[in-house]
Design a protein. Structure first.
Length: 538
């Protein structure tokens, strides 16, 4: 898929030989052994389908295929040089033969690691342009905190950029994000475009995939923040230790200048000890920290250093965890040079975070409290439901599933976390991707103990499940919450993405429930029938 990201108008046309010299560990070679030609490199990409005239094409080894397989396509599209590894150089020779004997090959033992720096060289900002970059990492809360920071900056009158799961923004221009953290060459181009268009501060989510896959190499964050660590992505990282090591690498001088670390889990406490840049710590649980969050009820909380500074704030979003996200956002801005009190008030002004604890309203006074949230880890499922429990006088009904082709180990824990708090758990499909949806549902429901199985319904088809959940509520005292897909606009089933929006589905279900309309199926379903709880037996 072609990258949607723009390129800067002004680039440095660096001779390929010069570029090679600027990159540590890179040697210049040709297929034939003849001297390399020396074209000007004016852009960088790692995807042959996105090559533009004058580009360096990074032919990277991948889990599925070696990018060197696409060198002919890249050259046809205008690539003038190739960054690759030894294996890639051999493949280029095999694919192209002597025809492009003087094509400059920039060869590195780890071309993915060289990519960000290569792009940073080519897209180097004009002197005097200042763009501060803030990076937020952690298992849960990156998107929410990034919106809080960006909203705060906006309220303070700064021109901002935002890069994350939901969208990418350059000032007022909004682009769709394909990943939480873009690939290194896209990111460097994006930051250069932001600087060109007068953006002063860019706030971005930094995923653990990005840290391991060198997507943020070439960026030094002015302030980095860590929210928390709990189980997710073990399909990619293997162990929690490795997952932690990925996150911790953000808090080193190569990647950031200073940090904010939440020390409410053991990983955060370890990070605060291990970080090799100065960090400010914050806790909402009374752990030893520089700053503390004290809940005052009704969303009010105190941000205090236990000494002379105490700010009373009203959290703009529901849930105790959002008080922590708000505190992190305020402290990050403070470390970035803003006055703390002004920053904290600005952060609390009026953030809209799409698909996170987002209410769905029909205008009908007797509708249940209806919420769409992005919780898709055991920890987040528990946190989201615990946030809604006290507001619910009647029944708390939750719809959830788990994504296919993603960490299978978290599925039973997600089911268990939901059943521990909710009165009814409707287990259904998230994005099954290439997996069997029934097996994923069974894994989620299978995590729920026998004693709680009477709270569980397993329903194939997310649309049907949302309608069953709404039908299980009986008025304004009840809550129905749909977890896992938040802002997502599609449901990925067997290689195809079908339009699907939880907020629309929930709104439709609430309106149909009121008028007694028959549930309509808007999205294609893998299996149309409603299955029974037996299917979920472990
Ligand atoms: C697990 C993972 O992150 N994989 C990334 C990895 O893919 P890969 O090693 O399998 O690459 P590959 O498919 O073998 O292709 C090899 C190379 O050939 C290139 N290619 C391929 C085909 C073609 O026609 N032309 C071409 O140039 C590719 O661009 C690639 O560089 O390198 C590719 C680019 O080099 C990435 O696109 C790809 O991200 C995939 C799409 C992905 O889904 N990543 C997700 C899991 C991800 O990154 N998620 C995080 C975390 C979100 C969160 O925190 O919850 C995110 O930041 O979004
Ligand atoms: N600080 C927090 N602690 C625990 N749970 C949280 C926290 N912040 C948000 N959540 C929960 O996690 C869900 C995901 O939040 P958010 O989208 O902000 O995280 P993220 O880190 O960007 O996730 P992703 O990696 O998938 O992009 C929220 O919908 C909410 O249920
Ligand atoms: N960025 C997250 C999104 C997960 C959202 C959930 N709907 C799923 O499909 O698992 C991931 O790739 O793990
Ligand atoms: Mg996110």
């Amino acid at each position: 898929m072609a990258t949607p990201f723009p390129r800067p108008a002004h680039v440095r046309a660096l001779a390929a030989t010069d570029l090679a010299r600027r990159l540590d560990g890179v040697t210049l070679r040709t297929v034939s052994g003849a001297p390399a030609s020396d074209p000007a490199v004016r852009g960088v990409t790692l995807d042959s389908r996105s090559v533009r005239d004058g580009d360096l094409y990074a032919a990277l080894p991948g889990a599925n295929v070696h990018g060197a397989r696409f060198v002919a396509q890249a050259l046809a599209a205008g690539a003038v040089a190739v960054l690759t590894d030894d294996a890639g150089a051999t493949l280029v020779g095999d694919e192209l033969g002597p025809a492009t004997g003087d094509l400059p090959l920039l060869v590195s033992p780890d071309p993915r690691a060289a990519l960000g720096r290569a792009a940073a060289e080519v897209y180097a900002r004009p002197d005097g342009t200042r763009l501060d970059v803030y990076g937020i990492t952690g298992t849960n809360g990156k998107t929410t905190t990034a919106y809080l920071v960006d909203g705060g900056l906006h309220a303070l009158g700064r021109r901002t950029g935002l890069v994350g799961t939901v969208e990418t923004r350059i000032g007022d221009v909004r682009l769709r994000s394909t990943r939480t953290t873009p690939e290194a060459s896209d990111l460097q181009a994006l930051l250069a475009v932001m600087a060109e268009r007068g953006v002063e501060r860019c706030t971005m989510e930094v995923s653990s995939h990005a840290l391991v896959m060198h997507r943020v190499d070439g960026v030094v964050y002015d302030v980095a923040a860590f929210t928390n660590l709990s189980q997710d992505h073990l399909d990619f990282h293997g162990t929690m230790e490795d997952y932690f090591a990925a996150k911790a690498s953000l808090f080193t001088p190569e990647r950031s200048r200073r940090g904010v670390v939440v020390v409410d889990d053991a990983w955060g406490r370890r990070l605060a000890e291990r970080a090799t840049v100065p960090v400010t710590t914050v806790s909402a649980t009374g752990a030893d920290a520089d700053w503390h969050v004290r809940d005052l009820g009704d969303r009010a909380f105190l941000l205090t250093d236990g000494g002379g500074t105490s700010l009373e704030l009203v959290c703009p979003l529901p849930g105790d965890f959002n008080q922590v996200n708000t505190a992190v956002a305020a402290l990050l801005l403070h470390l970035g040079g803003e006055d703390l009190a002004e920053a904290a008030r600005a952060v609390c002004e009026d953030p809209h975070v799409p698909g996170r604890m987002e209410r769905v309203e029909t205008g009908r006074p007797d509708q249940p409290l209806a919420v769409v949230d992005f919780a898709h880890t055991p920890e987040a499922v528990g946190a989201a439901l615990r946030a809604l429990r006290p507001q619910t006088r009647g029944r708390l009904v939750v719809v959830l599933g788990a994504g296919g082709d993603r960490d299978p180990g978290k599925r039973p824990h997600m089911g268990a976390a939901a059943a521990a708090v909710a009165d009814l758990v409707v287990v259904t499909d998230d994005n099954p991707r290439s997996e069997d949806p029934a097996a994923i549902r069974a894994a989620v429901a299978g995590g729920i103990s026998d004693a709680l199985q009477d709270r569980v319904r397993v329903v194939a088809g997310r649309s049907t499940a949302i309608r069953e959940a709404v039908a299980a509520t009986s008025g304004a005292d009840d809550t129905v919450v749909v977890l896992g897909k938040g802002h997502e606009q599609g449901q990925e089933i067997a290689g195809l993405t079908h339009p699907f929006d939880d907020r629309e589905e929930l709104g439709d279900a609430l309106r149909e429930h009121r008028t007694g309309t028959h549930p309509k199926e808007r999205a294609p379903h893998v299996e149309p029938e409603t299955s029974t709880p037996e299917e979920a037996a472990p």
